[in-house]
Ligand binder design. Structure first.
Ligand SMILES: NC(=O)C[C@H](N)C(=O)O
Length: 340
């Protein structure tokens, strides 16, 4: 691993205790020295990265919890439950002030939103990662990790819901989306504002989430072992309904990734009506990156589908999955989609 510049410690050690939970991803990736591509995610110990940024000791006392070490494409519901339980356990400790999770960027937005809906703490919980592996020339992970720890150690970050920190921007778990797959500033927002920004270790919160999260979420005290099966189907010009027939077995819900405002052909509408009548809950979302999907008559004349509102299709899947652990009532789920 290359040496990063070492900054002299001049300030006394801070009192805040921050737990860093490592899950893998490119931030802990390694490959050929200097290269940004062709690496293996989740192969380096995050404590080695922490050693390259000793100025972190001016901000907080760090305790590492290595949980798993995977490329985030291996993340799944089982790992989400494990991570959620670990966060809840650590957050209950009176000596812990905040929690940082290192995670791959490919699915970080799904993990973050799941945690936002299910953890029971007001303490800052911040996810971060990197686009360049630790062995690259000028990796972005160390600075993201530094800022994520600074954010988690800052009292302004309390009760903001789960946050993600990338390139000095503080994102809400609900609204962050990966929008670029080759630059270090790889994240954007789905029609919403950021929660704030950072200047080195200084935190500026400019907005608070208006949707329910953490302690105000109706899922935060629920025990989970497994989840109802929610699948996804993408519509494209000329798409056959075969895919919907294939998905309907062993299926509790389907998120349709439609065009425009959550749209599809008449044939898809008829098939989706049929599936809804058989008890599968259908959410309409859109493949358009900046979109809002409202309930509407033209593509849902029977009013038995649910619009994803401002959620991306992937986050709509998580919310539907959690809703289905409590109810199958369409009105109740629709109402939750407006408030979470
Ligand atoms: N930049 C990254 O972290 C991508 C990596 N494939 C991951 O999601 O684990």
């Amino acid at each position: 691993m290359p040496q990063y510049s070492k900054i002299l410690e001049t300030r006394p050690k801070a009192n805040e205790k921050i737990i860093v939970i490592a899950t893998g991803g490119t931030i802990a990736g390694s490959g050929e020295d200097g290269r940004t591509t062709e690496y293996r995610a989740g192969t380096i110990d995050v404590s080695d990265i922490l050693e390259t940024i000793p100025q972190i000791n001016n901000l907080a006392e760090i305790e590492m919890v290595p949980l798993i070490s995977v490329d985030s494409n291996e993340m799944n519901e089982r790992y989400w439950i494990k991570l959620r339980n670990t966060i809840n356990e650590q957050a209950k400790r009176p000596d812990v002030d905040g929690i940082v999770i290192t995670h791959g960027t490919d699915t970080i937005e799904e993990t973050a939103y799941f945690l936002n809906l299910t953890i029971a703490t007001e303490k800052p919980v911040v996810l971060t990662g990197a686009m360049r592996p630790a062995t690259a020339t000028s990796p972005d992970g160390p600075f993201n990790l530094f800022q994520a720890i600074a954010l988690a150690a800052n009292e302004k970050a309390h009760d903001c819901g789960v946050m993600c920190l990338f390139s000095s921007t503080i994102y809400s778990a609900r609204n962050i989306a990966k929008t670029n797959n080759h630059k270090i500033d790889a994240f954007g927002l789905n029609e919403q504002a950021a929660l704030g920004y950072m200047r080195d270790a200084d935190v500026f919160i400019t907005n608070h989430p208006t949707t329910k999260h953490t302690l105000r979420s109706k899922f935060c005290n629920q025990q989970f072992d497994a989840f109802p099966k929610v699948k996804m189907a993408t519509y494209y010009a000329g798409a056959d309904t075969d895919i919907l027939d294939a998905l309907k077995h062993d299926c509790d819900g389907i998120v349709v990734i439609g065009t425009g405002s959550g749209n599809y052909s008449q044939a898809w509408m008829q098939k989706l009506d049929e599936l809804a009548e058989s008890g599968i809950v259908i959410v309409r979302s859109s493949r358009v990156p900046h979109s809002i999907v409202f309930d509407e008559q033209i593509f849902d004349p029977k009013n038995h589908f649910i619009g994803s509102n401002t959620l991306t299709p992937f986050k709509a899947r998580i919310l539907l999955m959690l809703c289905l652990t409590q109810t199958r009532n369409i009105e109740e789920i629709r109402n939750t989609f407006f408030r979470y």
